[in-house]
Design a protein around this ligand. Structure first.
Ligand SMILES: Cc1cc2nc3c(=O)[nH]c(=O)nc-3n(C[C@H](O)[C@H](O)[C@H](O)COP(=O)(O)OP(=O)(O)OC[C@H]3O[C@@H](n4cnc5c(N)ncnc54)[C@H](O)[C@@H]3O)c2cc1C
Length: 423
């Protein structure tokens, strides 16, 4: 990695790009962001976790986010259409605020964008094109791109940051090795009105007979998303709207909560996620946010990790040495790996099995002793803290793994984890 970086081009004006631009601008770097103004009608990434709140405060945008969002005090998980487990964030008892927000994403992105504009970051409404310089993996902005910004950098920028989200501009261009998750799900979502009221404004996560769903209460609307293996979807129609509408009608849980509602937007489709680049930096480039890797929508970690990565990066750009960039890469990959472990407990069925076993044994001495511990550490999954507190991580690892096995061997339960896996 080059030293003495003074000028930086950021590809992508989403949350990770704009947060990074603001932080670098505050540190005196010359920064330009390439962005695309046209946005879809609705965008996923509406449920925030408490772990993001300290960063919103540091950026100085929490009050603005609060003004158009719903106040999210916790998360509710449904094993089937009638059994719900609610985790108010306060149960986590950790160091994080006991709340987050559900944000209309278009507003949220505008808030982070406007902040950077207010603070003097230069934006260019233009798709950034990159090319190889011919010197190893070194990159440059294409002549056309440089021309489009009136030679803002007086030549090439010292550093190119890829914050282009799932476009993964640099990763694709350099054909970087990726680690791809085993889930190949498709997510379909829309905003609805008139659906079952949600109060307080928790995110609701539903295990379905096929796949899973979210319901996120937004002001005046509910975001309803379904995450399904594509093989289940084909029989529901040809278009994404037909598939989504018919699926909602066919799933007993979704029927219960949405049948009285009406879809207010088009249906948006997302696929091909769970892709993580194994290299996060090169000679004069670095990846942040989803451009580096995105895991999975469950547990709402996306925006938190995207902005956290930008905070981490802002601390090393400048005098950063190779070991510092190497540590950045290591930390980013390790963090995604730790989140992946939690995500796996959702899909494998072990989290639901734990819930059922807990219910079965609630009235035993062991149940009474472990109950509050479960409550605390499971809540930390939804607040984002579980990954960062070693004890919580180990506890959750143990209770969703060895403990369930040992209890089964000791005939303390006879449930099969596979029965509750997400199909
Ligand atoms: C189904 C699903 C559900 C999700 N739900 C949640 C959730 O509830 N909570 C949560 O926190 N996260 C969620 N996420 C993840 C979240 O959406 C992302 O983690 C987040 O958007 C990442 O922000 P980013 O800034 O890295 O990328 P993005 O938000 O994708 O922004 C990248 C920007 O770069 C622009 N761009 C791309 N290429 C170029 C180019 N060449 N030149 C200029 N601009 C370019 C794009 O137009 C875009 O505006 C979900 C993701 C999925 C797939």
């Amino acid at each position: 990695m080059k030293k003495n970086i003074k000028t930086i081009a950021i590809i992508g004006g989403g949350p990770s790009g704009c947060a990074l631009a603001t932080l670098l601008n505050r540190r005196g770097f010359k920064v330009a962001v390439f962005y695309v103004a046209k946005r879809p009608e609705i965008i996923v990434g509406e449920s925030l976790v408490p772990a993001i709140i300290p960063m919103l405060r540091e950026l100085g945008i929490e009050d603005e986010v609060k003004s158009y969002s719903t106040y999210k005090p916790g998360a509710s998980v449904w094993v089937n259409k009638d059994e719900e487990a609610t985790s108010p964030f306060g149960f986590g008892e950790g160091s994080l605020p006991p709340y987050a927000y559900n944000v209309p994403r278009v507003n949220f992105d505008k808030t982070v964008f406007d902040l950077a504009v207010r603070e003097g970051v230069q934006f260019f409404e233009q798709i950034a094109k990159i090319e190889k310089t011919g010197n190893g993996d070194e990159l440059k902005l294409s002549d056309e791109t440089i021309k489009g910004i009136n030679d803002f950098f007086k030549g090439q920028p010292d550093l190119i940051v890829d914050a282009s989200g799932r476009s993964r501009t640099i990763s694709r261009f350099l054909n970087l090795t990726t680690k791809n998750g085993y889930r190949k799900d498709i997510a379909l979502f829309s905003h609805m009105t008139g659906t079952e009221k949600i109060e307080p404004f928790n995110i609701h996560l539903h295990r379905l007979e096929k796949g899973w769903a979210w319901r996120i209460p937004l002001p005046g609307r509910t975001s309803v998303g379904v995450v399904i293996n594509p093989k289940h979807l084909e029989s529901y129609g040809a278009t994404k709207e037909e598939r989504y509408d018919n699926y909602l009608k066919s799933e007993p849980t979704l029927q219960k909560f949405t049948s009285m509602g009406k879809r207010d937007t088009a249906v948006m489709q997302y696929d091909n996620y769970q892709v993580i680049s194994q290299k996060m930096y090169g000679t004069n480039w670095v990846l942040t946010g989803d451009a580096g890797g995105f895991l999975d929508p469950i547990f709402s970690s996306g925006l938190f990790l995207a902005i956290k990565g930008s905070f981490r990066l802002a601390n090393i750009i400048g005098d950063g040495t190779n070991p510092e960039y190497s540590r950045y890469q290591k930390e980013q990959l390790l963090e995604l790996k730790m989140w992946q472990r939690l995500v796996d407990t959702w899909y494998s069925g072990s989290l639901f099995t734990l819930f059922k076993v807990g219910q079965d044994r609630m009235d035993t001495a062991l149940g009474r002793k472990l109950g509050p511990q479960f409550q605390k550490h499971l809540t930390r999954i939804f607040s984002g803290e579980a990954v960062y507190v070693g004890y919580s991580r180990r506890f959750l690892n143990f209770v969703t793994g060895s403990m369930l096995t040992l209890m089964k061997v000791g005939r303390l339960h006879n449930r099969n984890i596979k029965d509750l896996e997400i199909k």
